[in-house]
Write a protein that binds this ligand. Structure first.
Ligand SMILES: C[S@@+](CC[C@H](N)C(=O)[O-])C[C@H]1O[C@@H](n2cnc3c(N)ncnc32)[C@H](O)[C@@H]1O
Length: 299
């Protein structure tokens, strides 16, 4: 079963429309490989059959299966190391000050909570890694008047299957071995028959939601830290600009944006101030005076 050029063009533009993934001509093989099974089963043995079902029948279950097949969900605990070192060393002390200040000012409207968004969370390791660092920071600094419940992590992804695993917080031996120390494994995970399950304490500060970040997301409200790592690389400039514009809007003036190692804010038409901590680049949203967020702040 070979993918014809016109079928490739139709499927590439369909995939772009449903999840923003930009697949150039040189990546024809990607669609051919990843949609082969669906073309065989749902498409009755041809890519044209699959296209007919997707486009003519507007089959939403099948659309989700295409998303599942086309997205790359690679992730691990404490992926790349240094961004989490930066979170621990530079961001957590700043977030702690934010909480103390907000509590002192009794900011009723916004509350004292710090909101963190893992915007393409995949199976959840990024969010659980942050939760472990927060837990450790709170344990060491609780006497300053901060608590675990002062932090909220929102972990989102477009793929339902990876989100299901993230919600369950269950990982195989192999997944656990990727990036997690034995010490943290013992502290935060319980052994199950076929793997490891995250503790309720970690789960208590993470909320999981299905969000397509190529669609408007301003209604999510304001954030103090946004991690949008290893996802922009799959999008074209137009889509990246739309995402960056909204993240700029949602980031609190004292907040930070963290992207993946190969991703940056240059040429996105939004005013970020970038700084480096160790090997990690952090971006802060410069806001014109008086240009408050136009979204409803949910805190
Ligand atoms: C390579 S993983 C990155 C996971 C994590 N941020 C990390 O760096 O380890 C990219 C994730 O983005 C998700 N994704 C792809 N397109 C998306 C979209 N339009 N909206 C939200 N998530 C998307 C995929 O399902 C996948 O889980």
């Amino acid at each position: 079963m070979k993918l014809k050029p016109e079928e490739f063009a139709t499927l590439a533009s369909y995939i772009y429309k449903i999840c923003g993934l930009s697949i150039g001509n040189e990546k024809q093989y990607l669609i051919e490989q990843r949609l082969f099974k669906l073309a065989k089963t749902a498409g009755g043995g041809s890519f044209q059959g699959l296209i007919d079902k997707l486009i003519m029948n507007a089959d939403s279950r099948l659309r989700d299966e295409v998303i599942e097949a086309m997205t790359t969900n690679e992730t691990s605990f404490f992926r790349d190391g240094h961004p989490f070192e930066t979170f621990r060393e530079a961001l957590l002390p700043a977030l702690e000050q934010m909480i103390i200040q907000r509590k002192k000012n009794a900011v009723q409207r916004r509350g004292a909570k710090v909101r963190i968004w893992s915007a393409a969370a995949s199976t959840g390791q990024e969010a659980y890694s942050l939760a472990m660092l927060i837990h450790e920071h709170v344990k060491a600094n609780g006497h300053k008047g901060i608590a675990l419940e002062d932090f909220d992590i929102l972990a989102t992804d477009i793929s339902s299957s990876v989100l299901a695993q993230a919600i369950n917080g269950c990982y195989s031996d192999m997944e656990i071995a990727r990036g997690l120390s034995l010490e943290r494994r013992a502290k935060y995970f319980a052994k199950t028959t076929d793997g490891w399950e995250a503790s309720n304490e970690l789960r208590s500060i993470i909320e999981f939601r299905r969000i397509n970040i190529t669609e408007p997301f301003a209604s999510l409200g304001g954030f103090d830290v946004i991690l949008c790592r290893n996802i922009l690389i799959y999008f074209d400039d137009d889509t990246k600009r739309k995402i960056m514009r909204q993240m700029h809007q949602l980031l609190s003036p004292e907040g930070y944006l963290m992207l993946g190692a190969c991703e940056n804010v240059q040429g996105m038409g939004v005013d970020f101030e970038s700084m480096t901590h160790k090997n990690t680049i952090l971006h802060r949203a410069r806001k014109a005076p008086g240009s408050g967020p136009i979204f409803a702040v949910k805190r």
